[in-house]
Design a protein around this ligand. Sequence first.
Ligand SMILES: N[C@@H](CCC[C@H](N)C(=O)O)C(=O)O
Length: 410
Amino acid sequence: MAMAASISNSTNITYSRRYHHHLTSSIKPSQLPFQFKIFKSTSSSIQNPSFRVSASMSIEATQKAPQVSFLVRKESGVLHFVKYHGLGNDFILVDNRDSVEPKVTPDQAVKLCDRNFGVGADGVIFAMPGINGTDYTMRIFNSDGSEPEMCGNGVRCFARFIADLDDTQGKQSFTIHTGAGLIVPEIQDDGKVKVDMGQPVLRALDVPTKLPANKDQAVVKAGLEIDGATWNVTCVSMGNPHCVTFSTSECKNLLVDDLNLSEIGPKFEHHEVFPARTNTEFVQVYSRSHLKMRVWERGAGATLACGTGACAVVVAAVLEGLSERNCTVDLPGGPLEIEWREEDNHIYMTGPAEISLSGGSGLKVATWESCWCDVVCLTQQFLRVENPQRGPLISLENTRLCVLIHKSII
Ligand SMILES: N[C@@H](CCC[C@H](N)C(=O)O)C(=O)O
């Protein structure tokens, strides 16, 4: 059988190879274990990456995939990582359980996260030894190298990452120490992750914001002048700071699709009333249980989803009298279910977290020595590959390196 594979990068350069293989029996595509490695060779400069492509394919209809972690392959000098995403908010996950120092510096994180010259991600997350009796510690660098206290989508990815390692013995719930305190994610039977995100912080000084607070010391529907417009904002910390807006003095219910996020977002992020900068959520109210938001993240810009942001949005909506405590929040990457529970004042967030690829990168101070990725999933419109050990694999829609195996020629 002849199989063609093409590999493209974000600059639309396409590399083609033809592979010949003999099938001895009739095998469904879903039974084929594929492994592609993409070698990105940039020894002298990261400005002109070239790709060396190799592919291997083994076909044994009855053979089960080996029960080993994809992190077992450890070569010295190579950073092994796995990429996960929560609704398109994507992260490079690093197994850092043997050290309390992140294996990647903030500068290296910036390079890794670069979508053109690196792997591409909204942040790098480290799974580290737990402290204060917790199972693990999670630390994260944003794509600009800054370190936030917490990340909601990231913590769902973290839970899946930990569960995908071989040594958790089926455990599905973990206690995680973060900059926002104790966070407890639990992987549900349907594969989604429900996270106890703790309590929101409303005290202006703790958010932190210099905006005028009400008698409860919270900032609810305060006016914020930006470029001659007055935005009504409510400030909430989920460990990290959020500024939530549903309206301006001119417009009672924002039409979020009309906003030019890259123009307005930075003006919120760097506004003097937010001494630690801020994440900003622009929200449209569909009903008292259905909200739509777009986000401009501190240190990462416009992302497809923000878990802490969705939690902050529901808190702000309740405080402004716009919604109930249980809401579906639509984000560009998909919906999250958020509950701000009255009994314990905790917020519970439920949503997906999925693996996109695993890889390794030789990290040097200024350049990438090599970078490889095992592509473990392919877009549905071409070929859906299912890994018998990990279930259906997800699409690479949001990554810049895509391996496309054309279904028509299988
Ligand atoms: N996307 C995250 C938030 C990541 C941190 C944020 N950029 C910050 O600096 O606070 C989420 O899902 O919560």
